[in-house]
Design a protein around this ligand. Sequence first.
Ligand SMILES: C[S@@+](CC[C@H](N)C(=O)[O-])C[C@H]1O[C@@H](n2cnc3c(N)ncnc32)[C@H](O)[C@@H]1O
Length: 381
Amino acid sequence: MTRPYLDFYEQNQIIPVRQDLSDMGQHFARRQALYRHLGLLPALVRGRQVLEIGPGTGDNALHTASLAPARYVMVDGNPHSIKALAAKQADGLFGAVDVEVRQGNVLEMDIPERFDVVLCEGLLPPQQDPVGFLNHIARLVAADGVLVVTTMSHTSLLAETCRRTLRPLFERGDGLPALAGRMAAFFRPDLLSLPGMSRLHEDWVTDQILHPYGRNIAFTLEDVARTLGAGFDTVGTSPRLLQDWRWYKSVPESTQTEWERVADQLAGWSLSLIDYRLPPVAVDPALGRRVEALCGEAWDIHLDLKDLGDTAVLTAFLDKVVTIRDLLPAHWAPTAAALSAFLTGAPRLWRGEADELRAFRSLFGRGQQYLMATRAAPTGG
Ligand SMILES: C[S@@+](CC[C@H](N)C(=O)[O-])C[C@H]1O[C@@H](n2cnc3c(N)ncnc32)[C@H](O)[C@@H]1O
């Protein structure tokens, strides 16, 4: 059975999550913006017990360590991550923080402590059993503690799913780094159009386009709220989606449970994750869920696309994209235009003809989202 991330990374001896750290001030500013979106203010970290699951090379951990937790435990299953973390520790990059690095699969480890802050960035959605994984790590959160996880939806990934179908055009059988290099060159205009893109282009291609994910890829904000249910309250998301116009004194009298209220609101925003360029618009949650299901079907079809001979699979994929495009309300006209450019361009590229994919180049969804939740206070008493 393939373990998401761990097997692909280990087999290829890679950790394709390197950030551009040439300007450390910018890197810290981006991380600070994320933590503020979530409500993870420095005072919630300073002097606290922090656990990070899957820190990778620890680039993001540099910022968290700068907030001076009392203790910072990092767990990663990839020996290359462990090596990179140990090197950072040896170089004193985590400052005076009491850092402990543990190697292992978090699902198989006995972690006796409970933590004020549990961070799990970039590894929940493709797990074989994301519900079980989430429940497993939620147990590690102390009373009053917070849990930060990342989510992905099929809707937010549609642009990437389209890009993944182009892989057979670049295959030469000369190994992953060479293939990643060719595809990074092809997608350079796309990535350059993205403000704030800080990941190395080859790493982005390796992880988003070439990573052999299976059917499990999406686990949405709504899925997290539903899974955590009454045990946790959602504090914030990035992008910030949640609003609450109730008079605070009326909150304890609400008839709807908090997690259901949050889950419905998140479903209403889900279509806005399809194209980061457009201002968000709330839609009927039913439409959001319908588009999400169709984007999931497109994902499943693309998994069968192995080489240039699979033209019937490509046609089935493009048909699904047509259905999605035609369902988009007028607000998403630029998204529809981008998908149309892909629908025209992909078959041309497939036939060996030139095509620039023009309007498609700058289409990106909100690929990864974040949610922070806190253990719900016991009611009554
Ligand atoms: C995609 S990377 C994310 C790295 C970093 N958190 C980030 O967001 O840039 C996933 C990381 O989680 C680790 N990982 C994946 N599954 C794991 C598991 N079950 N137990 C421990 N570590 C795991 C991988 O080794 C890798 O370092």
